[in-house]
Design a protein around this ligand. Structure first.
Ligand SMILES: Cc1ncc(COP(=O)(O)O)c(C=O)c1O
Length: 389
């Protein structure tokens, strides 16, 4: 049977990491990574995470299963962080998942089980979105979300897609910090999207993977929260990988705000059933860490402060990079106002290769850069190398 299989291509981002590692030039810069890096180039463990882990190590007295829904106290705290007071917890179905990816897959499986056939995806998007939805049996409809040369969100396309969608279609929305473009929706645009989604009977599926990396923990979910007050049903896939730095602990959740406790219970039981037939139960550790942090005001404060420091570092890098690059590419001044870790540069594949071979600056062929891959002291030098193109 194995002979029936075709060799699948390797993930180009993983291949890029290998190439970067082999490069021995001292000034090399990795703008391709998908994780936050600090001013020393490390992906730090939050102070609050370390403190929570110490407590857990001492207090934990069993490794018995957590159950398909995961840690219920973790879910309560995480929903408060994400949803605020938009939808009462009793109306919200929640299941802990292995990362945001696990949440997106459960969401897609649930949509499929409910008879939903199609999901709308603005492009470019996180490369894993389409494969996850396809694997769950959904049809993907796409529209152009962002224009790279002008660095602008194509909001008219969003409106047209929502107007063209059929009742019951799902629409994927990046809650904030759009990956890969950093493109921002204004509050009036969120209001328009919310009104359209409600009017057309669409099911919004939010991908929330960078809360706190854009404008701040609350502003980053302002659009999402508005939508939740307007549409009767939605799905929210949350990743704790970046916001809590828990990447490898595979921590996340899928939430489904509904209209009643009974509806929430039905949805919860379906999500739990889907988890049971996939990976059975989520890993415990990351969720236990988040629960420990969010249920202790001092730890929660420290976590929020550290997260805000990371956000400010990225904002500073964005400003400096935009200032440097705009003299050659006027539209790249927009990088300063974009959000999150990523922006997309209007470079040809040949220019991306020249930056790599001549200057040791690594990024994927798409021109997506991770702002957090840069240290403040490197910005001028990197800008100079871009200017030599
Ligand atoms: C937009 C987006 N959604 C979801 C995820 C999934 O994150 P996780 O590692 O928690 O599965 C990522 C991770 O990079 C992402 O960028």
């Amino acid at each position: 049977m194995f002979d029936t299989l075709a060799r699948q291509p390797d993930d180009p981002l993983l291949a890029l990491i290998g190439l970067f590692r082999k490069d021995e030039r001292p000034g090399k810069v990795d703008l391709g990574v998908g994780v936050y890096r600090d001013e020393t180039g490390r992906t730090p463990i939050f102070r609050a995470v370390k403190a929570a882990e110490k407590r857990l190590l001492e207090a934990q007295d069993t490794k018995a299963y957590v159950g398909p829904e995961g840690d219920l106290v973790f879910l309560d705290h995480l929903w408060a962080l994400v949803g605020g007071d938009t939808v009462e917890r009793s109306h919200v179905a929640g299941v802990q998942t292995p990362g945001g990816s696990g949440a997106l897959r459960l969401a897609a499986d649930l949509i499929h089980r409910m008879g939903g056939r199609r999901i709308w995806l603005g492009l470019p998007s996180w490369p894993n979105h389409a494969p996850i939805f396809k694997a769950a049996g959904l049809e993907i409809a796409t529209y152009d979300f962002f224009d790279i040369p002008s660095q602008s969100v194509l909001f008219d396309n969003v409106v047209r897609a929502f107007e063209g969608a059929a009742a019951g279609d799902a629409v994927l929305l990046h809650a904030s910090c759009h990956n890969p473009t950093g493109g921002v929706l204004s509050q009036p645009q969120w209001l328009e999207i919310a009104a359209l989604a409600a009017e057309r009977g669409l099911l919004p599926l939010f991908d929330l993977a960078y809360q706190g990396f854009g404008r701040g923990a609350d502003p980053d979910v302002a659009g999402l929260r508005h939508l939740l007050t307007v549409v009767p049903e939605a799905l929210v896939a949350v990743s704790c990988s970046k916001s809590f730095g828990l990447y490898r602990e595979r921590t996340g959740a899928i939430f489904a705000p509904t209209t009643s406790p009974a509806a929430a219970d039905t949805v919860r039981s379906n999500l739990a059933g889907l988890a049971r037939t996939s990976y059975s139960m989520p890993p415990d550790h990351g969720a236990a860490v988040v629960r420990t942090i969010l249920s202790d005001p001092a730890l929660a404060r420290d976590w929020a402060e550290e997260l805000e420091g990371m956000r400010q570092r990225m904002t500073g890098i964005r400003r400096a990079l935009a200032e440097g690059l705009r003299s050659r590419w006027q539209n790249l001044g927009a990088i300063a106002d974009q959000e999150g870790m990523f922006s997309m540069l209007p470079l040809t594949e040949a220019e991306v290769m020249r930056l790599r071979t001549e200057h040791g600056i690594y990024m994927p062929g798409s021109g997506r850069i991770n702002i957090a891959g840069l240290k403040t002291a490197e910005v001028d030098d990197v800008v100079g190398k871009f200017m030599s193109l």
